[in-house]
Ligand binder design. Structure first.
Ligand code: NDP
Length: 324
């Protein structure tokens, strides 16, 4: 990619992952991850056009003539939104993905990196989960609309490659967190949701209660680490098959570890407990990052506590204006 003019279009550029890629491109001084000469990065929001609509998507491709695309835009949400709006999750994501990939083909984009998720893997599976298992059985009932929509990106990538030689690939991140997350109390992922809850408990002098036993295990990736890995994937990764972007199995943490890190980062001194009458969700969904580590054995992930601290600081500083 270096040495020539590249226009890199990032769909979903205003979201958690898009903002992290923008941050790394602007702030990382290394040749490996920072902005390179000859690169123009364009970060899109839904205000630039509704990617569910072919005419608006086409207008974006016509305007920017991208040579590369990082495709993040998606209808995204927590468990309850996923359970309630299964058809919307399926249709909206199918439409967005179909438009972005088809216009990438029509405008002869050299490479597209799209985004899957570890929550689309089969519900009944063996652990650790790896990249070869995406289609090996039905996803969890709670998010089958989102999961099937996302799985089809991998099928589209293979079909575009086999029929037209397109260089379209995808990555599979585990749970992402960081600045610009969605901190809604009703409909967010666990880490930003607990951050908001703990912040309010401190502010109001009320107890901090975490739903469930705190025992389930999860792998979290800091959005700025994920951003570096996305940039590496765009520049270096040659396969059409997806690659899991995650910390290793040994860095899996419990929900209690997450809550502890948040309590520490917020400096919450009040009453802190677990409501064991609440459901826990899946006990674990361990994914293997062996493939990533073969490519990038020296990649350094930000230590979990430090990443939580940076994210919490961002939330506190941006409390008035952040998504919540
Ligand atoms: P966010 O919800 O933070 O951001 C979603 C982005 O998509 C926003 O920029 C939004 O624009 C844009 N968007 C949504 N609908 C449309 C549309 N119809 N037309 C144009 N743009 C649209 O998502 P994340 O950053 O968390 O997720 C990015 C990707 O990573 C997604 O593909 C998601 O599935 C995947 N992922 C996320 C994980 C996580 O833990 N967050 C885990 C694994 C995968 P606007 O701001 O203008 O509304």
């Amino acid at each position: 990619m270096s040495g020539e003019e590249s226009v890199i279009l990032v769909t979903g550029g205003s979201g958690l992952v898009g903002k992290a890629i923008e941050w790394v491109i602007e702030n990382d001084k290394s040749e490996q991850f920072g902005k390179r000469p000859g690169e123009k990065w364009v970060f899109l929001t839904s205000k630039d056009g509704d990617l569910r609509k072919p005419d608006e998507t086409k207008a974006i491709f016509e305007k920017y003539k991208p040579t590369h695309v990082i495709h993040l835009a998606a209808m995204v949400g927590g468990l309850f939104k996923n359970m309630k709006y299964k058809l919307d999750f399926l249709r909206e994501n199918l439409l967005i993905n179909d438009n972005v990939l088809e216009f990438s083909k029509q405008y002869e984009v050299k490479k597209v990196v799209s985004c899957l998720s570890t929550c689309i893997f089969p519900d009944k599976t063996t652990y650790p989960i790896d990249e070869t298992m995406v289609h090996n059985g039905p996803p969890h009932e709670s998010n089958f609309g989102y999961a099937h929509g996302k799985r089809l990106i991998d099928i589209q990538n293979r079909a575009y490659h086999e029929q037209y030689g397109c260089n379209f690939t995808s990555v599979i991140p585990t749970n992402v967190f960081g600045p610009h997350d969605n901190y809604s109390l009703e409909d967010s992922h666990v880490l930003p949701g607990l951050t908001h809850k703990c912040y309010l408990a401190k502010k109001n002098g009320t107890p901090f209660t975490v739903g469930g036993t705190g025992k389930p295990l999860r792998q979290f990736i800091y959005s700025r680490d994920l951003a570096k890995l996305f940039i590496w994937t765009l520049r270096e990764y040659k396969e059409i098959d997806p690659i899991i972007l995650s910390v290793g199995e040994k860095d899996e943490v419990s929900i209690k570890d997450v809550a502890d890190a948040i309590v520490k980062a917020i400096d919450f001194q009040g009453d802190y407990s677990f409501d064991t009458s609440r459901a826990d969700g899946q006990y674990k969904k361990t994914a293997s990052n062996d493939k990533l580590m073969k490519y990038l054995p020296d990649f350094e992930f930000t230590p979990f506590d430090q990443a939580v601290k940076e994210s919490v600081e961002w939330f506190v500083e941006n409390f008035e204006t952040c998504r919540k």
